[in-house]
Design a protein around this ligand. Structure first.
Ligand SMILES: [Zn+2]
Length: 339
Protein backbone atom coordinates (compact mmCIF):
# COMPACT_ATOMS: atom_id res chain seq x y z
CA UNK A 1 0.00 0.00 0.00
CA UNK A 2 0.97 3.46 -0.68
CA UNK A 3 -0.16 5.85 1.96
CA UNK A 4 -1.57 8.87 0.24
CA UNK A 5 1.46 11.02 0.79
CA UNK A 6 2.99 11.22 -2.62
CA UNK A 7 0.80 10.49 -5.55
CA UNK A 8 -2.66 10.54 -4.11
CA UNK A 9 -2.64 6.85 -4.74
CA UNK A 10 -5.27 4.80 -3.08
CA UNK A 11 -4.10 2.10 -0.77
CA UNK A 12 -7.27 0.33 0.01
CA UNK A 13 -7.26 -3.33 0.73
CA UNK A 14 -8.96 -5.97 -1.24
CA UNK A 15 -11.58 -4.06 -3.13
CA UNK A 16 -13.05 -5.36 -6.30
CA UNK A 17 -11.44 -4.10 -9.49
CA UNK A 18 -14.65 -2.72 -10.86
CA UNK A 19 -15.14 -0.58 -7.76
CA UNK A 20 -11.84 1.15 -8.12
CA UNK A 21 -11.59 4.79 -8.92
CA UNK A 22 -8.03 5.48 -9.86
CA UNK A 23 -6.83 9.04 -9.43
CA UNK A 24 -5.60 10.65 -12.63
CA UNK A 25 -2.08 11.10 -11.29
CA UNK A 26 -1.89 7.55 -10.12
CA UNK A 27 1.00 5.36 -11.07
CA UNK A 28 -0.94 2.40 -9.88
CA UNK A 29 -0.46 -0.52 -12.20
CA UNK A 30 -3.54 -1.72 -13.95
CA UNK A 31 -5.04 -4.61 -12.08
CA UNK A 32 -5.34 -7.75 -14.07
CA UNK A 33 -6.84 -11.11 -13.35
CA UNK A 34 -3.45 -12.75 -13.71
CA UNK A 35 -2.36 -15.53 -15.99
CA UNK A 36 -4.27 -18.76 -16.16
CA UNK A 37 -3.25 -20.75 -13.15
CA UNK A 38 -2.20 -24.30 -13.69
CA UNK A 39 -3.34 -26.38 -10.80
CA UNK A 40 -0.37 -28.10 -9.26
CA UNK A 41 -2.47 -30.75 -7.71
CA UNK A 42 -6.19 -31.24 -7.38
CA UNK A 43 -5.87 -31.80 -3.64
CA UNK A 44 -8.71 -31.59 -1.20
CA UNK A 45 -11.51 -29.15 -1.77
CA UNK A 46 -9.93 -26.44 0.31
CA UNK A 47 -12.05 -23.66 -1.09
CA UNK A 48 -15.07 -25.15 0.60
CA UNK A 49 -13.58 -24.26 3.93
CA UNK A 50 -15.99 -24.10 6.73
CA UNK A 51 -15.64 -21.96 9.78
CA UNK A 52 -17.91 -21.40 12.66
CA UNK A 53 -18.60 -24.57 14.54
CA UNK A 54 -15.17 -24.89 16.05
CA UNK A 55 -15.39 -25.53 19.72
CA UNK A 56 -12.50 -26.90 21.61
CA UNK A 57 -10.32 -26.65 24.61
CA UNK A 58 -6.68 -27.13 25.36
CA UNK A 59 -5.74 -30.47 26.79
CA UNK A 60 -2.35 -31.71 27.59
CA UNK A 61 -1.58 -34.69 25.43
CA UNK A 62 1.05 -37.13 26.44
CA UNK A 63 2.73 -39.78 24.48
CA UNK A 64 6.05 -41.52 24.82
CA UNK A 65 8.01 -39.01 22.82
CA UNK A 66 6.55 -35.70 23.71
CA UNK A 67 4.33 -33.79 26.00
CA UNK A 68 2.51 -30.97 24.30
CA UNK A 69 -0.66 -28.96 24.05
CA UNK A 70 -2.87 -29.06 21.05
CA UNK A 71 -6.31 -27.99 20.00
CA UNK A 72 -8.73 -30.43 21.49
CA UNK A 73 -12.42 -30.72 20.91
CA UNK A 74 -15.23 -30.52 23.39
CA UNK A 75 -18.21 -30.15 21.08
CA UNK A 76 -19.11 -32.20 18.05
CA UNK A 77 -19.27 -32.01 15.17
CA UNK A 78 -16.20 -29.81 14.79
CA UNK A 79 -14.83 -28.73 11.42
CA UNK A 80 -11.15 -27.95 11.03
CA UNK A 81 -8.04 -28.63 9.05
CA UNK A 82 -5.48 -31.40 9.42
CA UNK A 83 -1.85 -30.40 9.89
CA UNK A 84 0.37 -33.46 9.61
CA UNK A 85 3.24 -31.85 11.50
CA UNK A 86 5.63 -32.25 8.60
CA UNK A 87 4.74 -35.85 7.78
CA UNK A 88 3.91 -36.47 4.15
CA UNK A 89 0.79 -38.38 5.15
CA UNK A 90 -0.86 -39.90 8.18
CA UNK A 91 -2.78 -43.17 8.40
CA UNK A 92 -6.53 -42.98 7.98
CA UNK A 93 -7.99 -46.08 9.57
CA UNK A 94 -11.17 -48.07 9.15
CA UNK A 95 -11.22 -48.86 12.88
CA UNK A 96 -9.94 -46.86 15.88
CA UNK A 97 -6.88 -49.00 16.36
CA UNK A 98 -3.35 -49.09 15.03
CA UNK A 99 -2.61 -51.41 12.15
CA UNK A 100 -0.09 -51.63 9.34
CA UNK A 101 -2.34 -53.89 7.32
CA UNK A 102 -3.47 -52.41 4.05
CA UNK A 103 -6.95 -53.81 4.61
CA UNK A 104 -7.40 -51.78 7.77
CA UNK A 105 -6.31 -48.50 6.22
CA UNK A 106 -8.15 -46.05 4.01
CA UNK A 107 -6.29 -44.83 0.96
CA UNK A 108 -5.30 -42.13 0.19
CA UNK A 109 -4.14 -41.37 3.70
CA UNK A 110 -4.64 -38.00 5.41
CA UNK A 111 -2.70 -35.16 3.88
CA UNK A 112 -1.67 -31.79 5.18
CA UNK A 113 -4.52 -29.35 4.62
CA UNK A 114 -7.31 -31.91 4.53
CA UNK A 115 -10.53 -30.47 5.86
CA UNK A 116 -12.14 -32.78 8.36
CA UNK A 117 -15.41 -32.94 10.19
CA UNK A 118 -14.79 -34.58 13.54
CA UNK A 119 -17.99 -36.34 14.54
CA UNK A 120 -16.86 -38.12 17.66
CA UNK A 121 -13.87 -39.30 19.59
CA UNK A 122 -13.15 -42.64 21.16
CA UNK A 123 -10.91 -43.52 24.05
CA UNK A 124 -7.17 -43.63 23.44
CA UNK A 125 -6.70 -40.65 21.17
CA UNK A 126 -8.80 -41.76 18.20
CA UNK A 127 -10.93 -39.22 16.36
CA UNK A 128 -13.84 -40.29 14.19
CA UNK A 129 -13.70 -38.05 11.15
CA UNK A 130 -15.19 -37.58 7.72
CA UNK A 131 -13.30 -36.14 4.81
CA UNK A 132 -14.04 -35.27 1.20
CA UNK A 133 -12.05 -36.79 -1.63
CA UNK A 134 -13.34 -35.27 -4.83
CA UNK A 135 -17.07 -35.93 -4.75
CA UNK A 136 -16.86 -38.70 -2.14
CA UNK A 137 -17.27 -38.33 1.60
CA UNK A 138 -15.21 -40.91 3.47
CA UNK A 139 -15.51 -41.77 7.13
CA UNK A 140 -12.69 -43.22 9.25
CA UNK A 141 -10.42 -42.75 12.24
CA UNK A 142 -7.16 -40.92 12.91
CA UNK A 143 -4.83 -41.18 15.88
CA UNK A 144 -4.73 -37.50 16.69
CA UNK A 145 -1.32 -37.59 18.32
CA UNK A 146 -0.01 -37.55 14.75
CA UNK A 147 -1.90 -34.50 13.62
CA UNK A 148 -2.65 -30.98 14.72
CA UNK A 149 -6.16 -29.74 14.22
CA UNK A 150 -6.41 -26.21 13.03
CA UNK A 151 -8.98 -23.48 12.56
CA UNK A 152 -9.71 -21.47 9.42
CA UNK A 153 -10.69 -17.83 9.91
CA UNK A 154 -12.68 -15.98 7.26
CA UNK A 155 -14.03 -12.69 8.54
CA UNK A 156 -15.49 -9.83 6.49
CA UNK A 157 -13.96 -6.44 7.32
CA UNK A 158 -15.59 -3.12 6.52
CA UNK A 159 -14.08 0.33 6.90
CA UNK A 160 -15.69 3.63 6.07
CA UNK A 161 -13.20 6.41 5.54
CA UNK A 162 -14.21 10.05 6.02
CA UNK A 163 -12.34 13.30 6.52
CA UNK A 164 -9.72 12.63 3.85
CA UNK A 165 -8.07 15.90 2.77
CA UNK A 166 -9.44 17.39 -0.43
CA UNK A 167 -6.65 15.94 -2.56
CA UNK A 168 -7.61 12.40 -1.58
CA UNK A 169 -11.27 12.89 -0.83
CA UNK A 170 -12.66 11.46 -4.03
CA UNK A 171 -10.69 8.23 -3.85
CA UNK A 172 -10.81 7.82 -0.10
CA UNK A 173 -14.07 8.97 1.39
CA UNK A 174 -15.97 5.74 0.90
CA UNK A 175 -16.50 2.28 2.26
CA UNK A 176 -14.06 -0.57 1.61
CA UNK A 177 -14.58 -4.26 2.23
CA UNK A 178 -12.39 -7.32 2.19
CA UNK A 179 -12.12 -10.66 3.94
CA UNK A 180 -9.46 -11.46 6.49
CA UNK A 181 -8.52 -15.10 6.05
CA UNK A 182 -5.94 -17.11 7.92
CA UNK A 183 -5.30 -20.44 9.54
CA UNK A 184 -4.60 -21.02 13.22
CA UNK A 185 -2.75 -23.97 14.69
CA UNK A 186 -2.04 -24.41 18.38
CA UNK A 187 1.19 -26.34 18.63
CA UNK A 188 2.93 -26.86 21.93
CA UNK A 189 3.47 -23.33 23.26
CA UNK A 190 2.99 -21.61 19.90
CA UNK A 191 0.00 -20.23 18.05
CA UNK A 192 0.90 -20.44 14.37
CA UNK A 193 -0.96 -17.92 12.20
CA UNK A 194 -0.57 -18.89 8.55
CA UNK A 195 -1.64 -16.81 5.58
CA UNK A 196 -1.53 -18.68 2.28
CA UNK A 197 -0.84 -16.24 -0.54
CA UNK A 198 -0.85 -16.88 -4.26
CA UNK A 199 1.38 -14.64 -6.37
CA UNK A 200 3.19 -14.80 -9.68
CA UNK A 201 6.13 -12.91 -8.18
CA UNK A 202 9.55 -14.58 -8.41
CA UNK A 203 10.83 -16.79 -5.61
CA UNK A 204 13.44 -14.16 -4.71
CA UNK A 205 10.79 -11.44 -4.36
CA UNK A 206 8.53 -13.70 -2.31
CA UNK A 207 11.42 -14.55 -0.02
CA UNK A 208 12.15 -10.88 0.58
CA UNK A 209 8.47 -10.08 1.22
CA UNK A 210 8.28 -12.99 3.66
CA UNK A 211 11.28 -11.77 5.60
CA UNK A 212 9.92 -8.21 5.87
CA UNK A 213 6.54 -9.42 7.11
CA UNK A 214 7.81 -12.04 9.53
CA UNK A 215 10.51 -9.73 10.95
CA UNK A 216 7.82 -7.20 11.80
CA UNK A 217 4.87 -9.40 12.86
CA UNK A 218 6.21 -12.74 14.08
CA UNK A 219 7.29 -13.70 17.62
CA UNK A 220 6.59 -10.22 18.97
CA UNK A 221 3.49 -10.99 21.02
CA UNK A 222 1.84 -13.90 22.71
CA UNK A 223 -1.70 -15.05 23.32
CA UNK A 224 -2.65 -15.77 26.90
CA UNK A 225 -5.72 -18.00 27.11
CA UNK A 226 -7.43 -18.77 30.37
CA UNK A 227 -9.08 -22.17 30.55
CA UNK A 228 -10.38 -23.90 33.65
CA UNK A 229 -8.78 -21.11 35.72
CA UNK A 230 -5.37 -21.89 34.28
CA UNK A 231 -3.44 -19.57 32.02
CA UNK A 232 -1.73 -20.87 28.91
CA UNK A 233 0.70 -18.84 26.84
CA UNK A 234 1.24 -19.20 23.13
CA UNK A 235 3.94 -17.33 21.26
CA UNK A 236 2.33 -15.90 18.11
CA UNK A 237 4.21 -17.07 15.05
CA UNK A 238 3.38 -15.50 11.70
CA UNK A 239 3.84 -17.91 8.84
CA UNK A 240 3.60 -16.61 5.27
CA UNK A 241 2.96 -19.50 2.89
CA UNK A 242 3.27 -18.99 -0.84
CA UNK A 243 0.95 -21.44 -2.50
CA UNK A 244 1.00 -22.48 -6.16
CA UNK A 245 -2.67 -23.34 -5.98
CA UNK A 246 -4.76 -20.19 -6.26
CA UNK A 247 -7.89 -22.06 -5.24
CA UNK A 248 -6.48 -22.85 -1.82
CA UNK A 249 -5.01 -19.40 -1.17
CA UNK A 250 -6.30 -16.99 1.45
CA UNK A 251 -5.20 -13.97 -0.59
CA UNK A 252 -3.84 -13.14 -4.02
CA UNK A 253 -1.05 -10.60 -4.51
CA UNK A 254 -0.15 -9.17 -7.92
CA UNK A 255 3.47 -8.07 -8.25
CA UNK A 256 4.04 -4.64 -9.77
CA UNK A 257 6.13 -1.47 -9.69
CA UNK A 258 4.81 -0.17 -6.40
CA UNK A 259 2.60 -1.19 -3.54
CA UNK A 260 -0.84 0.31 -3.92
CA UNK A 261 -3.17 -1.86 -1.86
CA UNK A 262 -3.59 -5.27 -0.23
CA UNK A 263 -3.60 -7.03 -3.60
CA UNK A 264 -0.90 -5.09 -5.46
CA UNK A 265 2.63 -5.15 -4.07
CA UNK A 266 5.80 -3.54 -5.38
CA UNK A 267 8.49 -6.08 -6.12
CA UNK A 268 11.17 -3.96 -4.46
CA UNK A 269 9.01 -2.81 -1.54
CA UNK A 270 9.86 -4.13 1.92
CA UNK A 271 7.94 -1.60 4.02
CA UNK A 272 4.47 -0.79 2.74
CA UNK A 273 3.74 -4.49 2.25
CA UNK A 274 3.98 -4.95 6.02
CA UNK A 275 1.01 -2.57 6.37
CA UNK A 276 -0.86 -4.51 3.67
CA UNK A 277 -0.21 -7.70 5.58
CA UNK A 278 -1.85 -5.98 8.57
CA UNK A 279 -5.05 -5.75 6.49
CA UNK A 280 -4.84 -9.49 5.86
CA UNK A 281 -5.00 -9.98 9.64
CA UNK A 282 -8.17 -7.87 9.73
CA UNK A 283 -6.75 -4.46 10.61
CA UNK A 284 -8.23 -1.26 9.23
CA UNK A 285 -6.51 1.95 8.22
CA UNK A 286 -5.44 4.21 11.05
CA UNK A 287 -5.32 7.52 9.22
CA UNK A 288 -8.01 10.07 8.28
CA UNK A 289 -11.23 9.05 10.04
CA UNK A 290 -12.19 5.39 9.92
CA UNK A 291 -15.54 4.13 11.15
CA UNK A 292 -15.87 7.38 13.07
CA UNK A 293 -12.46 7.16 14.77
CA UNK A 294 -10.14 10.08 14.02
CA UNK A 295 -6.51 9.17 13.34
CA UNK A 296 -5.17 12.24 11.54
CA UNK A 297 -2.65 12.15 8.72
CA UNK A 298 -0.95 9.00 7.51
CA UNK A 299 2.73 8.16 8.02
CA UNK A 300 3.08 9.89 11.37
CA UNK A 301 6.26 9.14 13.19
CA UNK A 302 5.71 7.09 16.33
CA UNK A 303 2.30 5.77 15.29
CA UNK A 304 1.76 2.09 14.56
CA UNK A 305 2.03 0.15 11.32
CA UNK A 306 -1.57 0.72 10.20
CA UNK A 307 -0.86 4.46 10.23
CA UNK A 308 2.76 4.36 9.23
CA UNK A 309 4.09 1.24 7.43
CA UNK A 310 7.59 1.97 8.71
CA UNK A 311 6.41 1.43 12.29
CA UNK A 312 5.57 -1.72 14.24
CA UNK A 313 2.33 -3.48 15.17
CA UNK A 314 0.79 -3.19 18.64
CA UNK A 315 -1.10 -5.84 20.63
CA UNK A 316 -4.45 -4.57 19.32
CA UNK A 317 -3.36 -5.45 15.78
CA UNK A 318 -3.80 -9.08 16.82
CA UNK A 319 -7.38 -8.58 18.01
CA UNK A 320 -8.90 -10.64 15.22
CA UNK A 321 -6.32 -13.39 15.79
CA UNK A 322 -7.35 -13.28 19.43
CA UNK A 323 -11.09 -13.55 18.79
CA UNK A 324 -10.61 -16.34 16.23
CA UNK A 325 -8.30 -18.17 18.63
CA UNK A 326 -10.97 -17.90 21.33
CA UNK A 327 -13.52 -19.30 18.88
CA UNK A 328 -11.23 -22.21 18.07
CA UNK A 329 -10.71 -22.90 21.78
CA UNK A 330 -14.39 -22.63 22.60
CA UNK A 331 -13.90 -19.88 25.17
CA UNK A 332 -15.09 -16.28 25.40
CA UNK A 333 -12.62 -13.81 23.90
CA UNK A 334 -12.51 -11.97 27.23
CA UNK A 335 -10.55 -15.02 28.46
CA UNK A 336 -7.84 -14.24 25.91
CA UNK A 337 -5.24 -11.49 25.98
CA UNK A 338 -2.49 -10.40 23.63
CA UNK A 339 0.68 -9.61 25.52
ZN1 LIG B 1 -4.06 0.36 4.17
Amino acid sequence: MKNPNENGIKMNPGEKVEQMTIPADSIMPKMHPGPEIKKMNPGPEIKKMSVGNANGMIQKKNDEKESRYALSISKFPWTGVIDTKGLSDVGFHKKPEPSDSKDDNIWPSLLNGDIVKVTDKTANNWLHITIKRGTKTISGYVDWRYVNLSHEANVPITETVTDAPAKYAKAWNRTFQWNSRFNLIFDSDSLIVSVRIFSTATEAVKEKWTKSIEDKWSKKFSLEAEMDSKKFNFNIIINVIWTDDKSESHQVVYPGKSTTNMENWGTSDAIDITHEFGHMLGNKEEYFTVNGVKHGASRQKGKAVMNNPAENPLPRHFNLVKSEAAKALGIHQDKCKIK
